[in-house]
Design a protein around this ligand. Structure first.
Ligand SMILES: [Zn+2]
Ligand SMILES: [Zn+2]
Length: 324
């Protein structure tokens, strides 16, 4: 499925088979989960995608060719971080998520809304056994970015999650495993999402314009709405952290300094490191993380994006690719 230009429908196309370069593997895609970032790219909210582009950065596939230490037939996951330079100051200090020359899957290079994909073998990760392809796919961004966001929330005991989609429904499981209490916030009036947040293990769930019954120690925002930064800041106590987990957000409105005072922190999370991937994929089976997915055939990628935009997906949307 090809994106020719932002704000145009995805087009079904027969592309030449991708050829792996040195150090790359060729993958037979089995499933690819749909992320809000895919939506931001399709909607033209992220500035510089390669065009035309195959979206998708939560790929589960089997290695069918190319070099690498992983071996043919291995089932691997491919995340958003597709390549880093290894030389810039960020890379050298172990912060490859901030690499100035990083390339991202389904943005700078073609991704997984396809039958075949190529990926740098160093950025492919063997997946926990036991998780079917469909259930494993959302671990690769919703899970990974959620995990990095959770680490940025520090040792918060009472954690708020604003926007209860794919990432939050994974984070709540990890947070509970770590002994935290989770407070879920959903779109005002969306009772079904509120019930889903409770079903997934939230201690309390309410609408994002409501205050939680207790003061929070930290909050993670997955909803791309800038005004929620201020809402979350008012929900956390002194010393609390508000973590913005998304890649794009509407403008944050002005707010009085008093809302930030008391050593409250606002921070963003950008991308992921390979270390995040190794840690999270080792942790997920211990929790164990169970993802709730809605499957779409590859050709319905556009419908999956529309459902995500409309808030109609419970858990994660995943494209299923039927190979030959
Ligand atoms: Zn993503
Ligand atoms: Zn770098």
């Amino acid at each position: 499925m090809v994106l020719d230009a932002p704000r145009t429908p995805l087009r079904e196309a027969e592309l030449p088979d991708p050829v792996p370069a040195s150090g790359e593997v060729l993958l037979r895609v089995r499933a690819c989960s749909v992320c809000r970032t895919d939506l931001h790219v399709a909607d033209g909210e992220l500035a510089r995608p390669k065009l035309p582009l195959v979206l998708g950065h939560q790929i589960v596939g089997a290695i069918v060719g190319g070099a690498g230490h992983l071996g043919e037939g291995t089932r691997v996951g491919v995340p958003w971080l597709g390549w880093t330079c290894g030389e810039c100051g960020y890379c050298r200090r172990g912060r490859e998520n901030l690499c100035l020359r990083a390339r991202f899957t389904g943005y700078d290079v073609d991704g997984g809304f396809a039958e075949l994909a190529v990926a740098d073998a160093r950025y492919c990760f063997p997946l926990p056994e036991g998780d079917p392809d469909l259930q494993a796919a959302p671990l690769l961004c919703a899970g990974l970015i959620g995990y990095r966001s959770l680490r940025m929330a520090g040792d918060a005991e009472r954690l708020g999650l604003y926007g209860f989609g794919a990432a939050a429904h994974i984070v709540v499981q990890v947070a509970r495993f770590e002994g935290r209490q989770v407070f879920g916030f959903v779109r005002p009036g969306d009772d079904e999402a509120r019930r889903f947040a409770l079903d997934m293990g939230c201690h309390w769930a309410g609408f994002s314009d409501q205050r939680p019954p207790e003061e929070l120690d930290a909050a993670i925002l997955f909803a791309p709405a800038g005004e929620l930064v201020v809402t979350a800041l008012r929900a956390v106590g002194r010393g609390g952290t508000v973590v913005c987990g998304g890649i794009h957000m509407s403008d944050i409105p002005a707010f009085p300094y008093e809302a930030l005072w008391g050593e409250r922190t606002i921070r963003s999370v950008a991308n992921l490191t390979r270390q995040d991937a190794r840690e999270f994929l080792a942790l997920a089976p211990r929790v164990p993380v169970r993802t709730e997915v809605r499957a779409y055939p590859l050709a319905s990628a556009g419908a999956a994006l529309d459902d995500l935009r409309g808030g109609r997906v419970r858990g994660a949307a995943v494209l299923v690719v039927d190979g030959p």
